[in-house]
Design a protein around this ligand. Structure first.
Ligand SMILES: *Cc1c(COP(=O)(O)O)cnc(C)c1O
Length: 216
């Protein structure tokens, strides 16, 4: 059981790290994947700007019947056949990285707010489209009636936080070139680098809730 007081204390530490990295008005998405509804409620009470969930079925099970939550962001790889399942719960789809997914979201949730996920290093495992494909996908989403608020990226998980810098810089430049607002990048271990490169939204799991529980 994780309490709102614990999460509030850790959130304050995160906001300190953001401030020391030069960030202003950076939103904090509390990533509650693998954690129970106690973490979601604690994140809400502690003042996280949004809740982030990665897995469709886990999200539905956890959030059914919950009220007074901050906006819920879907941040995991999303199969098209799961869009309908999560639609009643999700406010922002952060991981639109292909045409088929954009089409399905537009069909199930007309006018949905989305981010296009970018993989600047082209690593297909994490999801995300190539940087060169971003303008066309953003335009396509718009044509489908989706509201593209920004771009999202996941930094490399190996080699330390500095490894993420060039990719973060490229994604922030693409956000500016396309006239978008949100630049979702930075997690527990690389938030300083992300904020230094212009992140407007970090997604924080373990630094708020403790080590992730392994899922089956
Ligand atoms: C798990 C996850 C996070 C949070 O990672 P931490 O290292 O626990 O802060 C952020 N973004 C995405 C896409 C994730 O899957």
């Amino acid at each position: 059981m994780i309490t709102a007081a614990e999460v509030a204390e850790r959130l304050e530490a995160i906001r300190d790290r953001i401030a020391r990295a030069g960030g202003r008005d950076v939103r904090v998405v509390g990533v509650t994947k693998t954690w129970g509804v106690d973490a979601v409620r604690a994140a809400a009470a502690a003042g996280c700007d949004a809740i982030g969930e990665n897995y469709a079925q886990e999200l539905v099970t956890k959030l059914t019947g919950e009220a007074d939550l901050p906006p819920v962001h879907f941040i995991g790889r999303l199969q098209t056949n799961k869009v309908r399942l999560v639609a009643p719960f999700v406010d922002v789809y952060e991981t639109v990285d292909r045409d088929g997914l954009a089409v399905e979201i537009a069909k199930r949730v007309p006018g949905a707010r989305v981010l296009v996920q970018v993989s600047p290093d082209g690593d297909p495992d994490k999801g995300g489209c190539a940087l060169g494909d971003v303008p066309a996908l953003v335009e396509r989403c718009g044509a489908l009636g989706l509201v593209v608020v920004g771009l999202m990226t996941v930094g490399p998980t190996d080699g330390g936080p500095e490894v993420a810098r060039v990719g973060f810089r490229a994604v922030r430049r693409a956000v500016d070139d396309l006239g978008l607002q949100v630049c979702s990048m930075g997690m527990s271990d690389d938030l300083e680098v992300a904020v230094g490169e212009g992140s407007t939204q970090v997604r924080i799991g373990s630094a708020l809730f403790g080590p992730r529980r392994t899922t089956g």
